[in-house]
Structure formats: structure tokens, C-alpha cells
Design a protein around this ligand. Sequence first.
Ligand code: OFO
Length: 168
Amino acid sequence: MISDKIRDILNEQINKEFYSAYLYLSMSAYFSEIGMYGFSNWTKVQSKEEIDHGMILFEYVLGRNSQIHLGQISTPNFDMNSPLEVFEQIYQHERSITSAIDAVANMTEGECDLATRNFIDWYLNEQIEEEAAVLRIISKLKTFGSEKSALYLIDKELSQREYESPSY
Ligand code: OFO
């Protein structure tokens, strides 16, 4: 059993993960609409991973004999001016998720909940990888993104990303 405080913050995190899935899915639609199918693929794969992140939390809460409270998922909101701008917003979004995961980790320590502290480590490591992956794309876009032919090649590269279910 987990404490009510831990239950509530994990439920909030489930909502954040499903919001992330929505956000990436709407970005995927935007990229598809402007013919950037590689960017569309990358964000769609990310959307699937975010659903997995939400579901791992979901199973954990139930497995600890606690309750799921699914809240409303907000409408995704982002500016669609260029791939670089979208990826800069992705980076800011992932940083906010990292802060949210940090808050979960800090709360587990306050509640002396070592099992959830251990569980949440996977998310902390996942965030490091996600932020680094997004920064690499931003860096390429900043360096080469003004050239249409380079943008085409980046789009081609991002089309290679394949969905893999998380190794949790
Ligand atoms: Fe974008 O990462 Fe989930 O947690």
C-alpha cells in the first residue's frame, strides 16, 4: 500500500504522461500536414512511449493496492511555426516532466516510501535520455535546418525511429 499523498502524485503523473502522448500526437499530425513524415513518425513513436509511461504508473498504483483517479486531459497547445520551434517546445515540455518526476522522487523520500523511490528511478533515467535525444535534434536543426536539403535529410533520419516497448 502507498500513502494517499503518493497515490495522488502518481495519479497526477499518469495524467501528465497521457497529456504528453496527446501533445506528441498533435505534433505528429502537424508534421504530417506539412509533408514532414519523418518528424511525424518520430513524434508519433514518442506519443506511443508516453502512453507506455502512463500505463507503467497505472499498473504500479494498482499493484500497490491503491486507487486510480483518471483526470481530464488538457487540449495540447503549441506553436507550429517551424520544426525547430516545435522541438524547442518539446524540450521545455520534457524539462517540466523531469521536474514533475523529481517532485515524485522527493515526495517518496519524505514519505519514507523506498519501493516507490526505487520504482521512479526508471523515469529519472528515461528523462535524461529523452532530454538528450531532443537536444541532439535541436542542435542539428540549428546548424543545418535553414537548408531545405539538410532538413530533408534530417526528416529522413527521423523516419527511421521505430517503436519499442519500454524495457521496464
Ligand atoms: Fe516524455 O517522458 Fe514520459 O515520462
